[in-house]
Design a protein around this ligand. Structure first.
Ligand code: PEP
Ligand code: MG
Length: 330
């Protein structure tokens, strides 16, 4: 198996019927970037900047943040990198970032919510990102947006920091894009306002599904209880994809499901063309996608979803596996 994946490294993820799917990496530590050449992934689809904070005893200073981001660019070479701003708070507590114990951390004061209430934290991070991306394409992703006003405020901060950098003579990034992390049902069900403001979109399927099913992703008693291969979550993911298309915004899926071969095939069949995953998932996902008939699976899914929405009987996953090649699967 491993040999097969090595052989596939230089091959693109193209389905049997010609759909080209980009595979990117999720990472949070510098050491993980060695996987970029090893896997042949096309870029860093999600760099989780909070890792640096979580492994540090003191608040990483501007210079330390800038240094890490520079090193990430260096390791990525010409490949694109998406930096997500801090996703701290909730249960990701550090000794030095503001926090209070909360009864429902996943629903609490986390990520961009904290980032907007403590603008100093965000402004410094954006400053470090802008300085590190001199001459490079800067792609910043804002996590846990639940209302368009939050994305608007985050964008304003980014613009302020770009002005600040210019005024102080720092060489600017070659280009700047602000991304929406789509991971709350509020935005998934009414995405238009946010999509107008965003340059690109990353679907945070871990959180989106946690909130969709009201099932704590950290609680083993419920985390595996609900299947994303079911009509309701799939129609949500499909409508998100269609909305991004309507707005002409590039969209990726990060989160565990993008790294599972069967789920990745289904995402491709729903129209997703960019997936971001852990390094170990790239080979198996690419292998599956290259044997997929994407159009056929899309047709099969559309029919099944229309016929079975809300009905009982064997789950969609089961019927999908039973249908196998008839549904276009490898
Ligand atoms: C997600 O929510 O799907 C995601 C990719 O981000 P994280 O797992 O860091 O919350
Ligand atoms: Mg998330």
């Amino acid at each position: 198996r491993h040999r097969t994946y090595v052989r596939l490294r230089e091959e693109p993820a193209v389905t049997k019927d010609g759909a080209r799917i980009e595979l990117h990496l999720n990472a949070g530590l510098l050491v993980e970037l060695t996987s970029l050449p090893e896997t042949g992934a096309e870029g860093i689809g999600l760099f989780r900047t909070e890792f640096q904070f979580m492994v540090s005893d003191t608040l990483p200073r501007l210079a330390a943040q800038e240094e890490l981001y520079r090193a990430v660019y260096e390791a990525a070479g010409p490949k694109p990198v998406v930096f997500r701003t801090l996703d701290l708070g909730g249960d990701k507590i550090t000794p030095y970032t503001p926090s209070t114990r909360e009864p429902n951390p996943a629903l609490g004061w986390r990520a961009l919510r904290m980032g907007l209430d403590r603008p100093g934290l965000t402004r410094y991070q954006l400053r470090a990102l802008i300085r590190a991306s001199a001459g490079r394409d800067l792609r910043v992703l804002f996590p846990m947006v639940a209302d368009v006003s939050e994305l608007a405020a985050a964008r304003t901060m980014l613009e302020q920091e770009l002005e600040h950098a210019l005024k102080h003579g720092h060489p600017p990034p070659a280009s700047v894009q602000a991304g929406l992390m789509l991971e709350t049902p509020a935005v998934a069900f009414a995405p238009d306002a946010c999509l107008e403001l965003a340059d690109f979109v990353a679907v945070g399927a871990n959180d989106l599904m946690q909130y969709f099913f009201a099932a704590d992703r950290q609680n083993p008693k419920v985390a595996e209880r609900y299947d994303v291969l079911a009509p309701a979550p799939l129609s949500l993911l499909k409508s998100v994809r269609d909305a991004c298309d309507r707005h002409g915004k590039p969209v990726s899926v990060c989160g565990e499901i993008a790294g599972r071969p069967l789920e990745a095939c289904v995402l491709a069949a729903l129209g997703y063309r960019r997936l971001s995953m852990t390094a170990a998932a790239v080979g198996p996902v690419k292998r599956a996608l290259r044997q997929l008939d994407c159009g056929r699976l899309g047709t099969w899914l559309a029919r099944e979803m229309a016929e079975t929405n809300g009905s009982s009987g064997p789950g969609l996953r089961m019927r999908l596996l039973e249908a196998g090649e008839k549904a276009g699967l490898p």
